[in-house]
Write a protein of this length. Structure first.
Length: 203
């Protein structure tokens, strides 16, 4: 990847955990501090995302490949943005590992992880928005839209467990997604904000 100035910051978590809402709030706060920040959301191609959802339960490998294809096609644009901007992303390749990878046998999970790490832009920082499946379903229900195949109790419980396992292994900050919005924003800001820039050294 070409040298980049910006940081790729990723919010992960099950459907309904509040990733998009928190990402928008972080963008507003960091822009108010004078940083150049861009929002990013996966999948970038709704068509590929819909196809992956259609086959996700019966064929997790094919669903994973569709998400990976979306990631590969969108990578040049993400790299372009990172040359001049921080990027706050709602999901990354870790979402594929949690949702589809948790349905695969260990050998398949390892193969998928190798492929994802070879395809994706590596994040600079990741945080998990941790939420129980029951609360996530209640939030999804309040949206008033039809549920996707990923928004089922058994699926969300499985994926929440997978995310917690990944977060511990990768040493991500784990944020309580039931916190009030301002408290959650403050916690995410503290965990993910870039370090202050050091003044130039005097000769």
């Amino acid at each position: 990847m070409n040298r980049r100035r910006g940081r790729l910051v990723v919010l992960e978590g099950i459907d309904g955990s509040g990733k998009s809402t928190l990402a928008r709030a972080l963008v507003r706060r960091w822009r108010a501090r004078g940083r150049t920040v861009t929002r990013w959301h996966e999948p970038t191609d709704p068509g590929l995302g819909a196809r992956a959802a259609d086959v996700g339960a019966s064929d997790p490998w094919t669903a994973a490949m569709l998400f990976t294809l979306d990631r590969a096609v969108a990578r040049p644009e993400l790299e372009r943005l990172l040359k001049t901007s921080d990027v706050i992303a709602d999901r990354s390749f870790y979402s594929t590992l949690a949702y589809q990878g948790s349905l695969l046998a260990p050998k398949g999970r390892r193969e998928l992880e190798r492929l994802e790490r070879a395809t994706a832009v590596p994040p600079d920082a990741v945080a998990l928005l941790d939420l129980d499946a029951e609360e996530a379903l209640a939030r999804v229900g309040r949206r008033g839209s039809a549920r996707s195949t990923f928004e089922r109790r058994a699926t969300l419980r499985r994926v929440a467990r997978a995310y917690r396992t990944i977060a511990r292994a990768e040493r991500w900050p784990i944020l309580d997604a039931t916190l009030p919005p301002r408290a959650l924003l403050d916690a995410a800001d503290e965990a993910l904000a870039p370090p202050p820039r050091r003044p130039p050294r005097r000769a």
